[in-house]
Design a protein around this ligand. Structure first.
Ligand code: SF4
Length: 400
């Protein structure tokens, strides 16, 4: 793809979904299917992703500059490394292999499928960032969360990732679990930070409908923390990681030395992203305009698909195709941009999209929110003050 000053290429992320896990966690509402490693169609799945790429690529009309690739799941560290590598090399070749070193390439991993050898193998095929789901450092809580590893397994995998040749490593953990005091959440954050990682993601446990936890909560059979206790943990984790030199740059994400997730920043800043793999969502610009789509969520259908007419709804190919008009795109930019500490340039985004920034109703909502200290406006940017991040969902919905 070419780039010129008159027509600069737009940044693009690629998301590749790998749907299998060794076991389904009871809180998880991602598209993930439990399977033994040997039962996964490693090669056939890679072939299907490559067919999907070949079908979707010619339909993209915008000049793109590939910035990031993210293998998410599911558990992509279960995927045979040579197959993940084959997909990765095809993606780089399809855009611009000469810039491969500048592309952030992340693979999500679980402790049960990551050791030193695996981390080195992933680095050897071109992955330059690992995102490891440690999720907790307490045996009872890990068992409650249905995780297959114990605290030591999580720590060993994290050390292996950090000792390997992998340039960047991010660790994920969950707080706000029943029985966990705020100080325990902060202590786990400190322990993970002390391993030497430069990126941490900290998620409050959420109970989603359609999950095992969702069903148990509905029957009143799931022990849960009070909202105020979760809020205390959020603040305690924020304090612990700030002291450890991390910048809290997004509601659930912390980085030191500027090591932010460029891929996720792309979502929050409203860049286009090409979704590949079963159940993946994507947002791309076609000749007909910008669309949001979802690849078929059935792994079996996906593996068998020929991907004819890739941007039309069909059982084996694409489950959803929705046009994204400028107003919808602006609402999404507001929703995602306000999750960031850097905030969001509402006027700039509205001008770019050619729609009014503040129709009367949104103007009134913004006045109310600024008067209550829930939004600050500075240097042309809107921001939710960090002390109000816990209420971000409500604040954002008022503005939409
Ligand atoms: S390992 Fe991750 S993707 Fe797989 S079931 Fe558990 S939470 Fe979901």
């Amino acid at each position: 793809m070419t780039e010129s000053i008159a027509n600069p290429a737009a940044p693009l992320g690629i998301y590749v979904h790998f749907p299998w896990c060794l076991q389904k966690c009871p809180y998880c509402d991602f598209l993930s299917v439990a399977a033994a490693r040997d039962a996964i169609p490693h090669r056939a799945y890679a072939d299907a992703v490559l067919r999907e790429l070949e079908a979707r690529l010619p339909e993209l009309t915008r000049a793109y500059r590939l910035e990031t690739i993210f293998f998410g799941g599911g558990t992509p560290s279960l995927w045979a490394t040579e197959e993940l590598g084959r997909v990765l090399q095809a993606l780089l070749a399809a855009f611009s292999a000469s810039r491969a070193k500048e592309v952030e390439i992340t693979a999500e991993c679980n402790p049960t499928s990551l050791d030193l050898e695996k981390a080195r193998a992933l680095a050897a095929v071109g992955v330059n960032r690992l995102s490891l789901g440690v999720q907790g450092l307490d045996a009872e809580r890990l068992a409650f969360l249905g995780r297959l590893h114990d605290p030591n397994g999580g720590l060993e995998a994290a050390r292996a990732a950090l000792e390997s040749a992998m340039p960047r490593v991010s660790l994920d953990f969950i707080f706000g679990v029943a029985g966990q005091a705020a100080e325990q959440a902060a202590a786990e954050a400190r322990t993970l930070a002390a391993l030497g990682t430069t990126h941490l993601s900290a998620y409050a446990l959420t109970i989603e409908p359609g999950t095992d936890f969702g069903a148990r909560a509905k029957k009143g059979r799931l022990p849960l923390l009070e909202e105020a206790q979760v809020a205390d943990s959020f603040l305690a984790v924020d304090e612990a990681l700030s002291e450890a030199g991390f910048d809290h740059y997004e509601i659930s994400n912390f980085a030191r030395q500027g090591d932010v997730s460029r891929h996720n920043l792309g979502y929050w800043r409203g860049y286009d992203y090409l979704g590949l793999g079963t159940g993946a969502w994507g947002t791309v610009t076609l000749a007909s305009g910008r669309v949001r789509y979802r690849t078929t969520p059935s792994p079996e259908r996906f593996v068998g698909s020929r991907f004819t007419r890739p941007f039309e709804v069909a059982l084996d190919t694409t489950a959803v195709v929705e046009p994204l008009d400028a107003e919808t795109s602006l609402r999404e930019r507001i929703m995602l941009g306000l999750r960031l500490a850097e905030g969001f340039d509402l006027q700039g985004a509205a001008a770019e999209l050619g729609v009014p920034a503040l129709p009367p109703e949104r103007g009134r909502a913004l006045d109310r929110l600024t008067a209550r200290g829930r939004i600050e406006v500075a240097d042309g940017r809107l921001r939710i003050p960090k002390s109000k991040w816990l209420f971000a969902d409500g604040i954002i919905s008022e503005l939409l």
